[in-house]
Design a protein around this ligand. Structure first.
Ligand code: ATP
Ligand code: MG
Ligand code: FE
Length: 331
């Protein structure tokens, strides 16, 4: 089965062709980062308009790269939430048009489920496993018992991990998107220079909280400025990154022990962070096997949507042309 995946939930217009849920024939990604950079974040109205302009071109480019044409597509999978509503509507409308014109099945995919399924691309990894989903808008610990059978074990009670990276990067003048900029600056910084607090909710609670850490970093920056003391951006970046990673790794290992699983996967944009990958791998030791997609499959892409759509289709899920988009679709 050849699936066409379509992703427009945020600021990437992406179309991908994936064979049998695993083999990527093409994964075309048009990033709008340049259009949003000067605003320091994604502007929803600009995102929608950019998607509308790019959509058809990205699809044609993707078919070309896969060396197939529309008539070879067996299934159309599209992100229908969560995300920016105006952005989602562009992808959903386009997907409906393609499915209708080709008379092929249409499947609406949850974006977060898509991030998790990025772990299945180009390999034969399979459930059950525990997944830490850390992206721009979500921080979830999900137990994947089987395809389509999930248990959310923990989530953030305030900011998402990626959101924290973006906000601190902005405060440090490192620009957007913040994650890669903080990771880069942290390379030449001392992560023990400043001790930022990591929120511990309660012993058996698997929730995350990053707003306290965010305030601590902002307070530190204000304090240094008021005293006329220097701010070493690299040290702040490294110390902040360490605090986030420690919190993520700690809860992930706790959850894995509770479920008695051997396999732990990472997903979402923050999963491309090497400090997180290395620290989790190190602390897992021989007890757990750690999996993570290559960076390009961690951030938004349509290959993960095609993959998730394929497995949904195998489970008998199909949508009709009344498929809608939902800004807050939950897993
Ligand atoms: P969501 O998936 O929750 O709807 P999103 O689609 O905007 O949100 P993703 O594309 O999965 O999020 O990831 C983008 C986020 O990942 C941004 O917050 C970005 O700062 C963060 N990120 C990307 N690369 C890195 C990195 N190397 N280190 C830390 N964070 C990173
Ligand atoms: Mg993005
Ligand atoms: Fe995402």
């Amino acid at each position: 089965i050849i699936a066409m995946g379509i992703e427009t939930s945020c600021d990437e217009t992406s179309v991908s062709i994936v064979k049998n849920g695993r083999k990527i024939l093409s994964n075309t990604i048009f990033s709008q980062i340049k259009q949003h950079q000067r605003f320091g974040g994604v502007v929803p109205e600009i995102a929608s308009r950019q998607h509308l302009e790019a959509m058809a071109h990205v699809a044609e480019q993707s078919l070309k790269e896969a060396d197939i044409s529309f008539k070879d597509v067996d299934l159309v999978a599209v992100t229908h939430g969560p995300g920016l509503i105006g952005a989602l509507l562009v992808g959903v409308s386009y997907a409906k048009g393609v499915a209708y014109a080709l008379n092929k099945p249409l499947v609406g995919v949850n974006h977060i489920e898509g991030h998790i399924f990025a772990n299945f691309l180009e390999n034969n990894f399979a459930p059950p496993f525990l997944c830490l989903v850390v992206s721009g808008g979500h921080s979830h610990l999900v137990y994947i018992n089987d395809y389509g059978d999930y248990e959310v074990m923990g989530r953030t009670i305030d900011d998402a991990a990626g959101e924290a990276f973006d906000k601190i990067a902005r405060a440090l003048g490192l620009g957007y998107p913040g994650g890669p900029a903080i990771e880069e600056a942290a390379k030449s910084g001392n992560e023990t220079a400043i001790s930022f607090p990591v929120a511990h909710i309660e012993e058996n609670d698997l929730s995350f909280s990053f707003s306290g850490l965010k305030s601590a970093v902002l307070n530190y920056l204000n304090h240094q400025k008021q005293k006329g003391e220097p701010i070493v951006v690299e040290d702040v970046a490294a110390s902040f990154q360490k605090a986030v990673v420690d919190a993520l790794v700690e809860n992930t290992l706790k959850a894995a022990q509770l479920k008695d699983v051997r396999e732990i996967a990472l997903a979402g944009g923050v999963a491309s962070n090497h400090k997180l990958r290395n620290e989790l791998t190190k602390r897992a030791g021989d007890n757990f096997r750690i999996h993570f997609p290559p960076p390009i499959l961690c951030t938004d892409n349509a290959a993960m949507i095609a993959c998730a759509g394929y497995y949904q289709y195998l489970r008998g899920v199909k949508h009709d042309l009344s498929l809608n988009a939902y800004a807050n679709l939950s897993l």
